[in-house]
Design a protein around this ligand. Structure first.
Ligand SMILES: Nc1ncnc2c1ncn2[C@@H]1O[C@H](COP(=O)(O)OP(=O)(O)OP(=O)(O)O)[C@@H](O)[C@H]1O
Ligand SMILES: [Mg+2]
Length: 211
């Protein structure tokens, strides 16, 4: 699900029929989120008010791997809500948090992302009282571990809960957002398997393979 107004202008909103899970775009009627309360599903909000950190990438791909594992399930078990990467749309994020069970905060391993992420966490997520986990996304192993370790140290100094899984940077992800594909639809080759593995690991770490 997405409540990002910008999302209606990007590829995947127009390709929703191809996605391996149910998808809805609700930025115009965020009050529709209230029905989630009756479904019994676990609701996970993907949030960071810094733009371009990988919220949409994380939302679509974690939904894809969870749907892949739980395909036999008739019940709606997990809902992932993509949210806007801007301060102007904070009301939409706050609305989503009302129905959430937890929050996933993607963050790239770069200093420029530190302060905006800290703002989102301290001003919006922590006041909600919801449990949250920061996930480092878009780390390129070829750059070495310095930026990664610096980011981990920063997260630990802040006292934020952090996923052990790090989502690596792969060109297939960048390309996929143009082609309208999610990880479970990538071509079968080495890079795609590696790229996909990160999202399976993340889902496993979060315990999303069941209820
Ligand atoms: N792990 C990754 N590997 C390669 N490319 C990535 C990765 N994560 C994100 N990207 C690319 O970075 C760009 C921004 O990612 P994405 O759209 O998911 O961020 P966002 O937080 O949803 O942005 P916005 O705040 O604008 O909604 C996209 O082109 C996406 O394909
Ligand atoms: Mg987005």
């Amino acid at each position: 699900m997405s409540i990002d107004p910008q999302a209606s202008t990007v590829w995947w909103a127009n390709r929703i029929t191809d996605l391996p899970f149910d998808f809805s775009q609700e930025h115009e009627t965020p009050e529709n989120l209230a029905i989630l309360k009756d479904t019994g599903a676990r609701v996970h909000v993907i949030a960071n008010q810094k733009g371009g950190v990988g919220k949409t990438t994380t939302t679509l791909n974690i939904a894809a791997v969870v749907a892949d594992v739980l395909q036999e399930s008739a019940e709606l078990l997990h809902v992932f809500i993509d949210t806007p990467g801007s301060l102007q749309d904070e009301n939409l994020l706050l609305e989503a948090l009302k129905y959430a069970h937890d929050v996933i905060v993607p963050m790239p391993p770069e200093g420029l992302a530190f302060d905006p992420t800290a703002r989102t966490i301290s001003k919006v997520i922590e006041p909600s009282g919801l449990p949250y986990t920061v996930v480092i996304n878009n780390w390129d192993p070829r750059d070495g571990a310095a930026d990664l370790n610096e980011t981990i140290a920063y997260i630990e100094a802040q006292g934020w809960p952090r996923a052990k899984t790090v989502i690596r940077r792969y060109k297939v992800h960048t390309r996929a957002s143009v082609e309208g594909k999610v990880v479970t639809q990538y071509q079968k080759n080495r890079a795609s398997f590696e790229a996909r593995e990160d999202f399976y690991r993340l889902a496993l770490e979060f315990g999303f393979g069941g209820r």
